[in-house]
Design a protein around this ligand. Sequence first.
Ligand code: FAD
Length: 457
Amino acid sequence: SPSLIWFRKDLRLTDNPALQAALNSKSPVICLFILDDRIDGSLPMGGASAWWLHHSLAALDTALRDRGGKLILRRGAALPILEDICRRADVGAVYWNRCYDPAAIDRDTAIKKALSEAGVVVESFNGSLLREPWEVKTKTGGAYSVFTPFWKASCALGEPDRPTPAPETLPGYSGDLDAETLESWSLVPTRPDWAGGLRETWQPGENGARARFDAFLDKDIAGYGERRNRPDWDRTSRLSPHLAFGELSVREIWHAALGHARFVLDGEESGAWSFLREVGWRDFNHNLLFHNPDMPTVNFHRKFDAFPWREDEDGFQAWCRGRTGYPLVDAGMRELWHTGFMHNRVRMVAASFLIKHLLVDWRRGEAWFRDTLVDADLANNVCNWQWVAGCGADAAPYFRIFNPTGQAEKFDPDQAYIRRWVPELAHGGEDYPAPIVDHRMARQRALDAYADIKGAV
Ligand code: FAD
């Protein structure tokens, strides 16, 4: 009887342990993707992610067809779909790579139980993290909530397994199965067509991921440590959306980055290590979400529950549209709207502005980012928002309030990034808005609000 691989956030053929297991079973392989609209748990998928998913699935289907397989698409709740296919095709075994967000864990646990009871072998694997959340433990067996000791303990576990190559052929399943089409899902809007900037910027899918990674290894990894904070230089890897959809394996990234470092001289090795440390933050955030499943909606530090957030609809709208009158914030928000991406330094400044200058609840910013980022990822988005707000684990201290003008002078000294995204400033700035809030006043207001909740505990 055939085996089934259920693709989820692992839309690749290289180093895909679930796919490898299906192939090892020596049976015909059914390749399935289910559009379960709640794939990210309680929080819905955003528009930019939907665009990416459409193209990534198309790329995966092409890669499978080149090897003798094809991707079956179905939409709806996963359990009845899997039960239906297992029954109709007499499937003997189902394989998938694990997801770590709370709703997916609950869903997968129920599916594993139901299918096993029906006599189907079910096996799951680690296809997306360097180390799974339960592998990295403190001396007393607990979970880490501070990054540096987490990363030290993670690295001390040794190198992750070496990646396995993509299969050259695939024993496709020839029976008839109901399938839907990408077009019928309408993940990509045609009217209005807001995806032009995304098309110009990205190539979703495993080939696009690999091309970007190769270019980064060739050109930018060596100086990454010194250059990563400069949005005007744009020298980070831009692998985040590829990682969010599992188009590239982190184990492959690990071995390729260090392999590369071993061939280059001295200081350049530190580029690879500081890059891998950032990849480590991704593991850390998944670890945090796994051990604190209510983090998508609840402050990690509960004293922030008493924080006096403001209802500032005008301010929020100005922020979303890049019209706050603070050029670095506006440049970032416009880059986000146009390309589905924002440089990390600018994400920190823009998020801090919404939270601290406008006192708007971080959850509203998280939702806007989730809708507009191509790399929107529940663990990374939520944990970073909580980090900026000061209510998260190992967070930036609340009282450290970024001055958006000072940040621009430091990290975009020639205003190259700002002029690119806020062209009216390059042309004299007459139609550019005045600041919607005064920095000194806003800073003091934020400190007072913080003092209030400090007093409340
Ligand atoms: P590089 O600098 O090349 O780093 C390599 C990889 O490491 C990234 O692709 C990413 O997977 C990981 N990484 C880097 N920085 C972080 C970090 N701070 N936290 C976790 N992982 C990291 N990243 C997302 O992937 N999805 C999100 O939804 C997301 N939301 C964010 C929201 C806010 C408010 C902030 C401040 C940051 C957020 N980040 C998010 C983290 C970070 O900004 C992006 O991962 C990074 O900018 C992606 O660019 P890059 O691939 O060029 O990164």
